[in-house]
Design a binder for this molecule. Structure first.
Ligand SMILES: Cc1ncc(COP(=O)(O)O)c(C=O)c1O
Length: 387
């Protein structure tokens, strides 16, 4: 199993904190946004006496409400096409386990969410990467690049939309092209849509189950973690209209008995979150994105892709090795007793040797802290390049 590039520098951050340094965490997608009060109230006011298992596929009431949520997003699914999971993480494991045998391959545009590597290793699946480039803002690579890589072992293409770590939002045309290729070669299209709500500049999110004729091919991965700032609830779901996929995924679900019961109560209530909550949160993230990107662009030699969704960006730094730099900045650098923790981006690629001077930044901190963080990065880059 690979180390998580997001968490591997934690011991250095902890040491810095022990030495009295304040560390701004730009490394992890843990939002500081408050969880909707409807979700928290549902737990506080609950009088449950036995915290029992739920059904393996999740509670019936909750699944019915999730289906309604999807219909409101023009994603036409029924409750029996949803399996509630322990986070989007487990949905990814179930999806990979359900459609592959050991030794099979999944094509993924890179950079991609680093834990896809861990999940594929756990499933005995090989990732075949297609490189997307910072110069193109990480747009979908040409379809011919995917076609070149399809073999008898290829079972699926996996996309993250909007993307972690890139913030890229796929256009309708890009999803259409992917739909054509998965239908042509009879593959699955797994779409990790956990950041569905987080799109900026009035752009529109296009779900793979919204009008692309992918009923047999699409599997959606979803989660309450980011949508409602409920990362600790550990609730997500797998959605598919393909009965065989659902039947197989259910066997995985039965093996682990049940998703967390209490957190399903909170997640069900979270579906009542008013639109005003999202309007505010999305506005806040958009402001943070603009603040961060403007500040990063002012540093000499820094290149940054403008995210259209989610709350991450990938930045290329004028340093020899972002891994070394990220550790050094925690161990040996501070500005006014403050420093930053970033995620080296090499861990988001499976091709060795690319992304080595890139970092991922999560803009999950308030604007003042983002501004301070970029000041620290700027001073650190200058000093690092003189030692
Ligand atoms: C793209 C993506 N997919 C899935 C997950 C898994 O989230 P969870 O298991 O908390 O639902 C994350 C978490 O950061 C993510 O960024």
């Amino acid at each position: 199993m690979p180390e998580s590039p997001i968490r591997k520098l934690v011991p250095y951050a902890e040491k810095a904190k022990k030495n009295g340094i304040e560390v701004f965490h730009l490394n992890i997608g843990q939002p500081d946004i408050k969880t909707p009060s409807v979700a928290l109230e549902a737990i506080k006011n609950n009088t449950v006496e036995v915290l029992a298992y739920s059904r393996s596929e999740g509670s019936e009431e909750y699944r019915k409400k999730i289906a309604k949520y999807y219909v409101s997003k023009n994603i036409n699914v029924n409750s029996d096409e949803i399996i509630v999971t322990t986070g989007g993480s487990e949905a990814l494991l179930f999806a990979m386990g359900s459609i592959t045998d050991p030794g099979d391959e999944i094509i993924i545009p890179e950079p991609f969410y680093a834990n896809y590597i861990g999940f594929s290793i756990a499933s005995g699946v090989n990732i075949v990467p297609v490189v997307s480039k910072i110069e193109n803002n990480f747009a979908l690579p040409e379809i011919s690049e995917f076609e070149k890589l399809i073999s008898s072992k290829t079972k699926a293409i996996l996309i993250c939309n909007p993307g972690n770590p890139t913030g890229y939002l796929y256009s309708k045309d890009e999803i259409k092209k992917l739909a054509e290729i998965v239908k042509k070669y009879d593959l699955f299209l797994i779409a990790d849509e956990v950041y569905r709500e987080f799109v900026y500049d009035n752009a529109q999110h296009h779900s793979v189950l919204n009008g692309f004729g992918l009923e047999k091919h699409a599997i959606i991965i979803d989660s309450v973690s980011k949508r409602y700032s409920m990362c600790g609830a550990r609730i997500g779901c797998l959605v598919s209209k393909n009965k065989e996929v659902l039947n197989t995924a259910l066997k995985f679900a039965q093996a682990r008995l049940s998703p967390p019961t209490f957190a399903q109560i909170a997640s069900e209530a979270a579906l009542e979150t008013p639109q005003s909550y999202f309007d505010e949160v999305i506005n806040e993230y958009k402001d943070r994105r603009d603040t961060l990107i403007t500040a990063l662009n002012k540093i000499d030699g820094v290149k940054v892709a403008i995210p259209k969704g989610a709350f991450y960006c990938v930045a290329e730094l004028p340093v020899d090795d972002a891994d070394k730099f990220a550790q050094w900045i925690l161990e040996d650098f501070s500005l006014n007793k403050q420093t930053v923790m970033v995620a080296p981006a090499a861990g988001f690629y499976s091709t060795k040797g690319i992304g080595t001077n890139q970092i991922r930044i999560a803009y999950v901190l308030k604007k003042e802290d983002l501004i301070k963080s970029v000041e620290i990065l700027k001073a650190a880059i200058k000093k690092y390049n003189t030692i």
